[in-house]
Design a protein around this ligand. Structure first.
Ligand code: KG4
Ligand code: ZN
Length: 354
């Protein structure tokens, strides 16, 4: 059994959690997330300097709160885990240094966690989800298909070659005057729209493999928005057409990934997984390929520290005793070999993630 404190500060959520792992059975003893949405709202996106300062102001309090709610003391932790990348480097450093300081002060192992590994393992917080499984990680900073073979053994099967899907949602929502964060606002607007009323492209579907692209779709939606007055009707139609296009891209690529029949479980994680249209499209695709769709509860889908604590606990139980000398990394691909193979494009830069 392992009891681990997790800390997450890689983007715009300051988070801490305590997770107990007994075999494969995870119990989340506390899971505190403080979002910075209000701090960034005026800018229509996450401002790295503001994010880092907000993490500095809040992280101590959030860590104390996570310990109090868990009913455990710091001395009862077997390890302290913190996100050490990828992400906005100023923010990553805040959580990492906090974790290192607590580990050093208590003589507890410090486990540096890749934020993407946290997402990859997140379904195991709430469900029996043995390896291997197909993961679609779809958020504001990432959009990739991963073959999750085992702890520490991940193959990237495909990635966005430009924007992450969530980033495209946020920017399209901004072009439609729907505010920030854009995903939920766009989904609400789309409810009243007709997806068939506006034609938008579905980039890269003609290319083999699982790479994706959303920049051209985002630009086409923004151009359409600028081309004529944005009545409520037109806004709703563009929102619906955009959402349908994203759902189509994810559904068609997911079908390709599932075609081999190798995966019996298909996990979708990340903030965009909250979208009902997208979730329904993916559930139908999984079903058609004889796989179960596992969508973790939203609190574990969006950025949180429970997934970081779980990754730490899984590593601790495998004998990892950590490292205090690691440095924070803005880029840290889960599958280094795939990252080396990939052409030199940006790929989901919102949080400068991998
Ligand atoms: O996983 P997350 O909380 O943070 C990271 O980006 O790491 O994901 C946030 C993203 C944002 O881009 C947000 O607009 C998008 O997820 N999102 C949605 C919905 N809810 C959140 N996109 C589409 N539909 C939604 N209902
Ligand atoms: Zn994330």
């Amino acid at each position: 059994m392992a009891q681990v404190l997790g800390i997450e500060t890689s983007c715009d959520e300051t988070a801490a959690a305590v997770v107990r792992l007994d075999g494969a059975q995870a119990t989340v003893l506390s899971n505190i997330v403080q979002s910075q949405t209000a701090d960034h709202k005026a800018y229509g996106g996450v401002v790295p300097e503001i994010a880092a300062r907000a993490h500095v102001d809040r992280v101590d309090h959030i860590v104390s709160e996570a310990l109090v709610q868990s009913g455990c003391s710091l001395g009862e932790m077997d390890a302290i885990a913190a996100t050490c990348g990828p992400g906005l480097i100023g923010g990553v450093m805040v959580g990492m240094m906090t974790g290192k300081a607590l580990a050093l002060a208590t003589g507890t192992p410090f486990l540096p966690i890749n934020h993407l590994e946290g997402h990859a393992l997140s379904p195991r917080l709430a469900a029996d989800c043995p390896f291997p499984y197909l993961l679609l990680l779809v958020s504001g900073g990432h959009c990739q298909f991963l073959d999750v073979r085992d702890l520490g053994d991940y193959r990237r099967l495909g990635t966005t070659i430009d924007d992450a899907a969530g980033e495209a949602f946020d920017k399209t929502a901004k072009a439609l005057g729907l505010g920030f964060p854009g995903g939920p606002a766009l989904e609400r607007a789309a409810c009243a729209g007709d997806a068939g009323a506006i034609a938008l492209p579905r980039p890269l579907l003609d290319r083999e493999g699982l790479d994706m692209s959303f920049a051209g779709l985002k630009t086409a939606a923004a151009r359409t928005a600028a081309a004529a007055p944005l009545t409520a009707r037109r806004t709703a139609d563009i929102a619906a057409a955009f959402q349908a296009a994203v759902a189509d891209i994810l559904r068609i690529k997911a079908a390709r990934a599932l075609e081999s029949g190798r995966f019996k479980r298909f996990v979708v994680a990340g903030g965009v997984a909250a979208n009902e249209t997208i979730r329904a499209a993916l559930a139908e695709t999984a079903n058609a390929h004889g796989a179960d769709l596992i969508a973790p509860p939203l609190r574990y889908c969006t950025d949180n520290a429970a997934m970081i604590a779980l990754a730490g606990a899984e590593r601790f139980l495998r004998g990892d005793r950590g490292d205090l000398t690691v440095v924070a990394r803005a880029r840290w691909p889960l599958d280094e070999a795939a990252a080396a193979r990939a052409p030199a494009y940006g790929g989901g830069q919102r949080g400068a993630k991998a």
